[in-house]
Design a protein around this ligand. Sequence first.
Ligand code: NAP
Length: 499
Amino acid sequence: MTQGGTKPHTTGEQRQPRVVIAGAGMTGILTAITLRQAGIRDLLILEKRSSLGGTWRENRYPGVACDVPSHFYSYSFAPNPDWQRRFASGEEIQAYFERVFHTYGLGTVTRFNQQLVHSEYRRGRWHLKTDCGHTYQADFFVCATGILHHPCYPNIRGLDSFEGACFHTARWPQSAPVDGTRVGVIGTGSTACQLIPALADRSQHISVFQRTPQWIMRLSNPGFGPTTRLALRRLPSLQRLVRWSHQLLLSHLFSKAVIGRKVPHWIISTLCKLNLKFSVRDPVLRRKLTPDYTVGCKRLIINSEFYRAVQRDTVSLETAAIRKVVPKGVVTDDGKLHRLDTLILATGFRPFEFMRPMVVIGEGGVTIEQQWRHKVQAYRSLLIPGFPNLFLMLGPNTPIGNFSVIAMSEVQVNYLLQLIQQWQQRRFDAVSARTSAMEAFNQSLKAGMKGTVWLGGCQSWYLDKDGDPAMWPFSWQRWVDEMAAPQMDHLRLHRYGNG
Ligand code: NAP
């Protein structure tokens, strides 16, 4: 129990830290399980909503799925032989996280409906407050709050005047009026490409408002039949082999392609171009769907249904810019009114918010807003100078993109565990990144960005306000190697004699 209390528990030589984790999504669950397995018992997960699951709880739009192969989009310690398809549906993934959460007994350490609103560091302790007024203290504070969870609402004139239902894909209402109605979808990112085919059979008509075309790679999504699933259950080594083969494919093809390795990039570029050429027969439509930037510059979309859906009679691709929204629909720059009953905003997220709007106050009363006023950055994506004992899971420059965020988080959580273990051995009372180390880290990232495709002439959510991609510009193996153990000379160690 971490509520109240001022001193860490001590058992023999090693002391027991109190760890509070913000968020019961994929990274929060992972952190809690990993720390528990390492013998850390005083854990608390504070979850803002009434249920777990993070992104998979929030994204309930029709067609939601993960375009990372399911056997690789799973915790390494909790393989799932029962995945139904190569790319699992959102519902199946949510069920997986619920199962893991309960199997590892995390219900006893989780409090729901407790949104952290205030956190302040004072002499080796984090003092935390939730929206219902509960207060907690912690030696370590892990922000497992995710990246893509603040919906980005477009700034379009008249949006509020729309008479029909209008909602963001991550705020999908239970009885969304999409059946037999005229639907407008703004955006053609990964979300829209999953949503539009799923609505195509249900809606009377779909107007797809595309601002920028996207590169799409086709990968089939075969189901795993009962025999395959039985074999995977009986033969754990087969399951490991399947996982390993997916990891190999993604790390050597996709990850290397985006950091500018010529052969992998040529392969994915060719596959995307062939996909467009052979999937879309009408040259006019094909031209509308052809991007003018390098493949991978925006997050590569893996999808085998979107092109088919936009060629249906009941779906139209609108490429004229949106001028305004009016009560009856959307008016485009060609003066046309697109009459709609429902307007869906598949307009993405604000990825640089991270744990905010929580107030986070570090050493000397410096807020996270002040720390990040020039740039949102962290040392090794995880540690923020001046914010000791705070870990930011999936922070800036985590190698996201077309790779498993679970695999990335497992690397991060092992890194933070090693620091907590050093704290247990009393090597310090608090640890933070040195500013000089963060600057050197970010300079090396910036130098590495030069050859990457993210600077390939497009706008994307990867880019910060300076136009720098908040991505990892090196190989997956380098991420694993560099995160294998903390480099202690990059860190500031604080001693307070707390216990
Ligand atoms: P997104 O990739 O950021 O796409 C947003 C779309 O909305 C873009 O087409 C954008 O156009 C358009 N848009 C935004 N504001 C607009 C405006 N004012 N007027 C017209 N169009 C506007 O968002 P997302 O599709 O939700 O995907 C976000 C990320 O979530 C993905 O990149 C991926 O990392 C993750 N995701 C993953 C999966 C998966 O299967 N693993 C599935 C869904 C999402 P522009 O391109 O012109 O900006």
